[in-house]
Design a binder for this molecule. Structure first.
Ligand code: PSV
Ligand code: MN
Ligand code: MN
Length: 388
């Protein structure tokens, strides 16, 4: 099979989900640098997401974050997405920004705060019903800052209770993804600090609960592709929040810090046959574009995922299997690295031309006039909701 045939077969199905909040202003705790032309409401965020999809042909859905994307009429929002040629992806719950959540949300010691937080999770399932989304994404900032502050074990019980109530409210074709994070904003314990904790809760809940891997949420040096392989085998990998990091939860563009890591992750996906949408793995971006222009950064990110996936597709699977069986350590590694070092950019340019897309989506965006249009039309764009 030619390299082009292999890439065509693999990339046909690859869909990267962009995040509504990445189109809005964002920053660090030190400063938010407002950018011209950013969306003023969720409808405009969807319009920007649609531009990314039109230029790349590979970003057909956009994730929402509630309440950052709360609107009066969700059916209208979903319809707007449809008109624009995209659909609503995962609904991200937000139980980390109210004053009530200082000591936690679903694991708070006060039952009335836990009730409020769980009610928000249920509200997010209402949003899924109204928008046609099939995925609820849960991330909890919950945890403690000081030893002795609260019972680690009691907080696990409270978490399990809220998750079970939420799980039981899911419709037949809906699922929930539980995200973990090593630290931040809690610095002593996080209630879901790692994939093992998330996996154990998901196992207890049932088949509609799966783990989501945010690539920025691990200790330095963690072997993420091992986690991917393990969870795929257990049928408990629901998807990714892709981004890249040099230090902690940097939320930089995926593939920017460590393209080789992304390649290794995509190799596990490809070799498990999990690129196919039937496998149900959501390839989502969870990034902030604090200093770089947002739409081009998101286009770049989608292209990075495509490029590293294409390289992973080019690994000669049968030669690799033979080398592995023969215990040929160096031969196996050489086959693996050969694919990584292959320049797939000309093949991908041709792949785009074959689909009626521009060979260079970055240049096509610059020439499209869209940036000038939104800069002129949109005044007073939204802040994503955090980083102020
Ligand atoms: C938390 O750091 C996180 O990765 C979660 O996915 C949040 O929902 C997201 O960031 C939004 O900033
Ligand atoms: Mn995330
Ligand atoms: Mn994060």
């Amino acid at each position: 099979m030619s390299e082009m045939t292999i890439i065509e077969a693999g990339l046909r199905a690859l869909a990267v989900e962009t995040a509504s909040w990445a189109y809005a202003n964002s920053g660090t705790r030190f400063k938010v640098f407002a950018q011209p032309g950013v969306p003023r409401d969720p409808f405009e965020k969807i319009e920007d997401a649609a531009v990314v999809h039109r230029l790349t042909g590979a970003a057909p859905s956009v994730a929402l974050h509630i309440p950052w994307d709360r609107v009066a009429d969700y059916a209208k929002l979903a319809d707007h997405a449809k008109q624009e040629g995209v659909k609503i992806g995962a609904i991200n719950a937000n139980v980390f920004q109210d004053d009530d959540y200082k000591l936690g949300s679903v694991t708070h010691p006060d039952p009335s705060v836990r009730r409020k937080a769980t009610d928000h999770l249920l509200e997010c399932i209402d949003v899924m019903d109204l928008t046609g989304s099939d995925t609820l994404k849960l991330w909890f900032a919950d945890g403690t800052n000081y030893p002795g502050q609260d019972s680690i074990r009691a907080r696990q019980d409270r978490l399990a209770e809220a998750l079970a109530e939420t799980y039981n409210r899911l419709g037949e074709h809906q699922r929930m993804l539980l995200e973990y994070k090593l630290f931040e904003p809690s610095f002593y314990t996080m209630d879901v600090p790692d994939w093992g904790t998330s996996y154990a809760h998901c196992l207890e809940l049932g088949p509609k609960a799966q783990v989501v891997i945010d690539t920025g949420h691990h200790a330095p040096g963690t072997n993420i592709e091992f986690i991917v392989a393990f969870l795929l085998r257990a049928n408990k990998l629901g998807g990714f929040d892709f981004n890249s990091r040099f230090y902690a939860d940097d939320d930089l563009m995926v593939g920017a810090a460590d393209p080789f890591q992304l390649f290794r992750i995509m190799h596990e996906i490809v070799s498990a046959g999990a690129l196919d949408p039937e496998a149900g793995i959501a390839f989502m971006l969870d990034q902030c574009h604090n200093i770089e222009p947002k739409i081009p950064a998101i286009i770049r990110s989608v292209l990075n995922v495509q490029e590293l996936t294409a390289k992973a597709l080019l690994i000669d699977a049968s030669a690799l299997a033979a080398a592995q069986e023969n215990g040929d350590v160096l031969g196996a590694n050489e086959i693996f690295m050969d694919a990584f070092y292959t320049d797939v950019r000309p093949l991908l340019a041709q792949w785009r031309i074959d689909r009626g897309l521009d060979a260079d989506p970055m240049a096509a965006y610059r020439q499209s006039g869209y940036d000038e249009k939104i800069t002129a039309e949109r005044v007073g764009g939204e802040q994503a909701g955090w980083g102020a």
